[in-house]
Design a protein around this ligand. Structure first.
Ligand code: TYM
Length: 324
C-alpha cells in the first residue's frame, strides 16, 4: 500500500522562499515518488485563526493554488484542494478535541508566539489551531508531512492525538512524521529569526525580479570586514550560499576565514542563483494565472477526491466513538 502524504500552507499571501524550500520542495519530491499518495491543500480555515480580511482570504487561497501549480504540483499526480471545501476536517477536529487538554494547547510555543503577536485576538480558533492541523493529517491517515522545522510542535500534537485515539477508541491512525528538506529552516534576511511573511524585509517572494532579489540579499546585515567569528548575518548569507551555490560556498568560506572575502561578491552570486531557480516558476505562473478554467477545475476536482477519502475516516471515527 502506498504511504499517504498531506501538507498545507495558510492563505496569507503568495509563497515566499522559506515556504518553497521548507515545504513545497518536499511536497514535489514525494509527489514524484511512486511509493506515496500525495494530498496538498491550501489551509484557508487555519487563516481565520489570526486577524484576516474577507476578500484577501478569498484571493490569497487561489494564489496559493496557483503557486502550487507553478512550482510543479501536478493534479494528475497529487490531490490539490482547499481545506474549507472538505467539511470533514472541521468535523473530525471537534471529535479529536475531546482527547486534548486545554493546558496542553496553551503551553505550545507556537501558541505563545501568536498571542504575543496578536494579544487582542486570543480566540478559541487560535487555541484549536493544532487540533485542526492534526485533523487535516489524520482524516487521510497520512504518515508523512512535508513541512519546515517550525511545524514540529504541531506534528508532536498530531502524534499524541493519534496515539490517544487509537488507545481509547481502537482507531488505526498512523503517527505522522515530518518529511524534512535541506531548507527546513530558512533564516530571515534581517539576520535574526526565520524568514516570515509577517516580518517586512525578512523574505523573498517567489515572484521577485532579479533586481529585487539582489537588493534584498544585499540588505543582509553582514560584517564590514571578513574573518573571526561569523555573526548572524554572515551565517545567514552562508545558509543561502550552501543551498544555492554549493560548489562555491567552500571557497567563499575559506576567503572569509583569511579575511579576504568581499561580501557583495557572495551576495550577488547567491541572488543570481536564486533568481535562476525561480525563473521557470515565474514563467509557468504567468501562464497558469491566465487559465482560469484550469485552476477552477483543479479546485473542484481536488475537493471531490479529498472528500471521498475524508468521509470514510469520519464515518469510522463516529462509529468507534458511539456517534453512530
Ligand atoms: P505556514 O503557512 O506558516 O507555512 C507553510 C509552510 O512553509 C514552511 N515555512 C518555512 N520553512 C523553512 N523556513 C522558513 N523560514 C519557513 N517559513 C515557513 C512551514 O514550515 C510550512 O511547512 N500550520 C501550517 C499549515 C497547515 C498544515 C496542515 C501543514 C495547516 N494544516 C497540515 C501540514 C499539514 C502553517 O502554518 O504553515
Amino acid at each position: 500500500m502506498k504511504k499517504r502524504v498531506l501538507s498545507g500552507i495558510r492563505a496569507t499571501g503568495r509563497l515566499h522562499l522559506g515556504n518553497y524550500l521548507g515545504a513545497v520542495k518536499g511536497m514535489i519530491e514525494l509527489q514524484n515518488d511512486p511509493n506515496y499518495e500525495t494530498l496538498y491543500m491550501v489551509a484557508d480555515i487555519h487563516t481565520i485563526t489570526t486577524p484576516f480580511e474577507i476578500e484577501g482570504l478569498r484571493k490569497n487561497r487561489r494564489e496559493v493554488i496557483i503557486d502550487y501549480l507553478a512550482a510543479g504540483l501536478d493534479p494528475e499526480k497529487s490531490i490539490i484542494f482547499q481545506q474549507s471545501k472538505v467539511g470533514e476536517h472541521a468535523e473530525l477536529s471537534f471529535y479529536l478535541s475531546s482527547v486534548v487538554s486545554v493546558a496542553r494547547m496553551q503551553h505550545l510555543p507556537t501558541f505563545k508566539e501568536k498571542i504575543k503577536q496578536y494579544p487582542k485576538n486570543v480566540t478559541m480558533a487560535l487555541l484549536n489551531y493544532p487540533i485542526l492541523m492534526a485533523a487535516d493529517i489524520l482524516v487521510y491517515k497520512a504518515g508523512a508531512v512535508p513541512v519546515g522545522i517550525d511545524q514540529e510542535p504541531h506534528l508532536e500534537v498530531a502524534r499524541e492525538i493519534a496515539k490517544k485515539m487509537n488507545q481509547i477508541y481502537r482507531t488505526n491512525f498512523p503517527e505522522p512524521a515530518r518529511f524534512a528538506t535541506k531548507g527546513e529552516y530558512i533564516p530571515s534576511l534581517r539576520g535574526e529569526g526565520k524568514m516570515s511573511k509577517s516580518i517586512e524585509g525578512s523574505y523573498i517572494n517567489l515572484t521577485d525580479s532579479l533586481d529585487d532579489i539582489r537588493k534584498k540579499i544585499r540588505s543582509i546585515p553582514t560584517a564590514t570586514e571578513a574573518g573571526g567569528e561569523m555573526n548572524l548575518g554572515v551565517k545567514t548569507l552562508f545558509v543561502f550560499a550552501d543551498l544555492f551555490i554549493p560548489g562555491k560556498a567552500e571557497q567563499f568560506r575559506k576567503e572569509f576565514e583569511s579575511g579576504k572575502l568581499q561580501f557583495v561578491v557572495v551576495k550577488d552570486a547567491v541572488a543570481e542563483a536564486i533568481f535562476r531557480e525561480l525563473e521557470p516558476f515565474q514563467a509557468r505562473r504567468k501562464e497558469i494565472e491566465k487559465d482560469i478554467k484550469f485552476v477552477d477545475s483543479v479546485i473542484k476536482e481536488g475537493a471531490e477526491k479529498a472528500r471521498a477519502i475524508a468521509s470514510r475516516t469520519v464515518e469510522e471515527v463516529k462509529e468507534k466513538m458511539g456517534l453512530k
